[in-house]
Design a protein. Structure first.
Ligand code: 3SL
Length: 280
């Protein structure tokens, strides 16, 4: 019998080459890695509206995120019976609507803009008098981000307040998802990125989604690091401090509390409405 030279593997079956992958091995490989084959949809995270064009996917659902406070206020408004919200980017547009007799909410740099009816505090939308009303809304970053995304297949509004509801809905949609953080004046911010991580994690865990996007991975890491207690984690973040200086700590705590509402605001022809289940 021929001896095996030192350093080479002994051939088990002389008719099958050593590097041949047995069908059973291949089957096991597929079973063990089945998640790789089942993951159909992509979730991406865009940290700033300024880079949104890089993420363009006309078939994707875009979730706009402005945790402090625009998207939290919008979720709260619909949960409390507001019928429609018209998001506008500029104060000039807001003034035009006001002149036409609309109820208009306007915020800049955290404060209500003088001459308008409402600001951006979620608590101001917990008001019986706003039931069935249409409100025009302009905010420093949130409404700009909504309008930046308006040509997407669908735009939905996300915040910690509707975290589980929006995650479940996205999982039913069979589409790629882009999580668009409103940030602060086109810069990265902590709270929107944290929420993006919380939502991305919920989608990825289902295995219906995958991600080829480092910002999605980074946001999930950030979320896992901070999720135990968001409020102290954000202690040194710029917008928590900005709102803190305006005595809006109560708003911050509310906006960071997951699953307070069960509605999904969506943009239909430039107007936000509450998604009805049969439209989903
Ligand atoms: O940037 C925005 O759109 C606002 O949410 C900012 S603030 O929280 O109302 O200051």
């Amino acid at each position: 019998m021929a001896s095996t030279p030192a350093g080479t593997k002994k051939q088990i079956n002389p008719h099958i080459p050593n590097n041949y992958l047995f069908p059973i091995d291949f089957l096991l490989f597929v079973i063990q890695n089945r998640d790789l084959y089942l993951m159909a949809y992509n979730v991406q995270v865009c940290f700033s509206p300024a880079s949104f064009s890089l993420f363009r996917d006309d078939e994707a659902i875009v979730v706009v995120i402005d945790v402090l406070r625009a998207t939290s206020a919008i979720c709260t408004a619909f949960e409390n019976g507001v019928k429609k919200i018209i998001p506008v980017s500029t104060l000039d547009e807001a003034f035009d609507y006001k002149k036409q007799g609309f109820l208009v909410a306007a915020e800049r740099d955290g404060s209500i803009v003088e001459g308008f009816h409402l600001g951006n505090s979620p608590f101001s939308y917990m008001d019986e008098n706003l039931k069935d009303k249409t409100i025009v809304l302009t905010t420093t970053n949130g409404t700009k981000a909504i309008n930046a995304a308006k040509n997407a297949h669908k735009v939905a509004i996300g915040s910690f307040l509707n975290l589980n509801t929006i995650a479940e809905w996205l999982c039913e949609q069979e589409r790629n998802v882009i999580l668009l953080c409103a940030g602060w004046k086109d810069k990265f911010n902590m709270e929107d990125s944290l929420f993006a991580g919380a939502l991305a994690e919920q989608l990825l865990i289902t295995k219906k989604f995958t991600s080829d996007c480092d910002s999605a991975r980074a946001s999930v890491h950030l979320w896992n690091f901070a999720s135990e207690d968001l409020y102290p984690f954000l202690r040194n973040s710029s917008h928590r401090n900005r709102l803190g200086r305006l005595n809006l700590d109560k708003d911050i705590r509310y906006c960071l509390t997951p699953n307070q509402t069960f509605c999904i605001p969506v943009l239909e022809e430039g107007v936000l409405i509450k998604l009805e289940k049969d439209l989903a």
